[in-house]
Design a protein around this ligand. Sequence first.
Ligand code: HEC
Length: 147
Amino acid sequence: MKFVIVAAAILAATAGGAAADGAGIFDTSCAFCHQSGGVGVPGQFPRLAGRVGAIAAKPDGKKFLPQILLHGLSGRITVDGEPILGIMPAFDTLSDDDIAALLSYLTGLDHAAVPFTADEIKAVRAQPSPADMMAERARLSAAKIVP
Ligand code: HEC
């Protein structure tokens, strides 16, 4: 794990410029649960590879993804036919740039990448959080926006 963090830091340092490193942020903040490459653990941690890109391809889904990162999600969901009852912590301490880079990276795993901008994240952050993230997810799931 230490090696991964050091490698990510070196990658970030050599990337040049101020661009946030979505893959590096994923490896340090998310891969512990969602696994390297976002493959998930059936029945425990949702698969993100292939699913996040599909969600981001629809406007309502593109707004829902930053909401998950800013507000978290907890309750019973179904992913790949398996129920998951877990807690996704909020990551609202990440900057708009970092969340945009992270989500852009995730959409490109097993899917055509869908770029997010820091302004899009800023706009969602400025809005009140949905009263019930689980109800919002259920709505998007029924509409086949969240697979
Ligand atoms: C402590 C473990 C943990 C960490 C760390 C974590 N997640 Fe999650 N994540 C979960 C769980 C568990 C769920 C499902 C929540 C539920 O059961 O309601 C989830 C749900 C999600 C979802 C929604 C999936 C869906 O089908 O609705 C996304 C997107 C997501 N996580 C992205 C991330 C990203 C990006 C990071 C890193 C910034 C991250 N997660 C870090 C555990 C984690």
